[in-house]
Design a protein around this ligand. Structure first.
Ligand SMILES: [Zn+2]
Ligand SMILES: [Zn+2]
Length: 391
């Protein structure tokens, strides 16, 4: 009876709200405009969800500033999406794990789809580069080329890609919205080879770095040190499982920071460093945190921020280091997203506190700008911003 009430309420709600607002980026650097589109009836295999929360990440900020050449404007962004199913097209009645899904259920949507059958998907194991893949949710552009409501910065999202990967979840939306950054973190943990007894430095504890802290702990790390310039983010890193933190604000780059991190590790380098700072200078600094023989997994430099001097002898060979790139959630992205949800569902660390700002659609533009202007919004430090269309 209770679940029927749910369905009825959701249908009534959908009928009242026949249009959906969408915060559309009209050109590189803005402005962002609220536009209205009709809420569609899903075709066979499609679905419509009411967006509860959609995370903003560094990639959105880069796209906003016009730094992703594949995006043309006007564009509707937003790819870390959690919402309530309001309509299901014919033939769609389970999530990607085969569990029944119905109107009223909460789902987390993995933004990328791949064909799963081509050479790139099967042999090269690079589904994120599948040449047959449709644009990911939050990356299709321009907004009016085909169904418009395919980005998360809107009241409703239209799941149009065949084989869209989504999972039902009971998590509160502010935790479920972390599944996408957590899936990237899990790829990083895998690439860094973190297991029992690892000593770990997480450099940069924005949302992905915080997920790395929690995941490293879950993977059996013996000691986890968080390095950042924000006291608020470092405090949260401690709550999510860091044993020690290093605030780099008063320390000059190079020797002073290396000494502080070594001290926090108990006198040596780390067996694994996860670079989540997103700057080329930070990448070189992270190499200095690694113990000889250890691994640096770089997650942060996700877009081109320029080149940097690197000495293959002193920075790599002499020290027997492994340096590995972590591009998104990796070859097993759809599995990682499910594992991420399961780790979040298991609970423990206070994941509910990671979203620091719930922002209405009208503030998408200041939210996007805040990521490249000192990570402050409404006068406080940003940890994770999520767009909340109901606000
Ligand atoms: Zn993202
Ligand atoms: Zn493919």
């Amino acid at each position: 009876m209770e679940s029927r009430m749910w369905i009825w309420q959701s249908r009534a709600e959908a009928m009242v709200m026949a249009t959906s607002r969408a915060a559309v980026v009209t050109g590189p650097g803005g402005p962002v405009e609220i536009r209205e589109y009709p809420v569609p009836d899903p075709g066979p295999g499609e679905a419509v969800i009411r967006v509860e929360l959609c995370g903003i990440c560094g990639t959105d900020a880069h796209v906003f500033h016009g730094r992703l050449p594949t995006i043309t404007f006007p564009a509707l962004l937003g790819h870390e999406i959690v919402g309530i199913v309001t309509a299901l097209g014919a033939g769609l009645d389970t999530d990607f794990a085969g569990r029944p899904v119905a109107v009223g259920d909460r789902i987390g949507v993995f933004p990328a789809t791949s064909c799963g059958t081509c050479h790139t998907c099967v042999v090269l194991r690079r589904p994120g580069q599948c040449p047959r893949r449709p644009p990911s949710y939050g990356f299709k552009s321009p907004v009016d080329s085909g169904p418009p409501l395919t980005g998360g910065f809107a009241d409703y999202l239209h799941l149009v890609n065949p084989g869209t990967v989504f999972y039902r979840t009971e998590l509160p939306p502010e935790v479920a919205v972390l599944a996408e950054p957590m899936s990237v973190a899990l790829h990083g943990i895998h690439r860094a080879g973190i297991g029992l007894g690892a000593t770990v430095v997480v450099q940069g504890v924005g949302a992905i770095g915080l997920m790395v802290v929690a995941a490293a702990r879950a993977a059996g790390a013996a000691r986890v040190v968080a390095v950042d310039g924000s006291a608020r983010r470092l405090a949260l890193a401690t709550e999510l499982g860091a044993d020690a933190t290093v605030d780099i604000t008063p320390l000059s780059p190079g020797a002073a920071r290396h000494a502080a991190v070594r001290e926090a590790l108990g006198g040596s380098g780390a067996t694994a460093v996860l670079g989540c700072s997103g700057s080329p200078e930070g990448f070189i600094e992270a190499i200095g945190y690694v113990a000889d023989g250890g691994t640096l997994a770089e997650l942060g430099n996700f877009t081109d921020r320029g080149a940097i001097a690197f000495n293959p002898y002193t920075d790599l060979l002499r020290r027997d280091l492994t340096i590995t790139g972590v591009y998104g959630a990796g070859p097993d992205m759809h599995a990682r997203y499910l594992r991420a949800l399961e780790i979040l569902e298991r609970g423990g660390p206070p994941f509910t506190r990671v979203v620091s700002h719930r922002v209405p659609l009208r503030d998408v533009e200041p939210a996007l700008r805040s990521l490249s202007t000192g990570h402050q919004l409404y006068g406080t430090d940003v940890v994770k911003i999520a767009i909340d269309p109901a606000r």
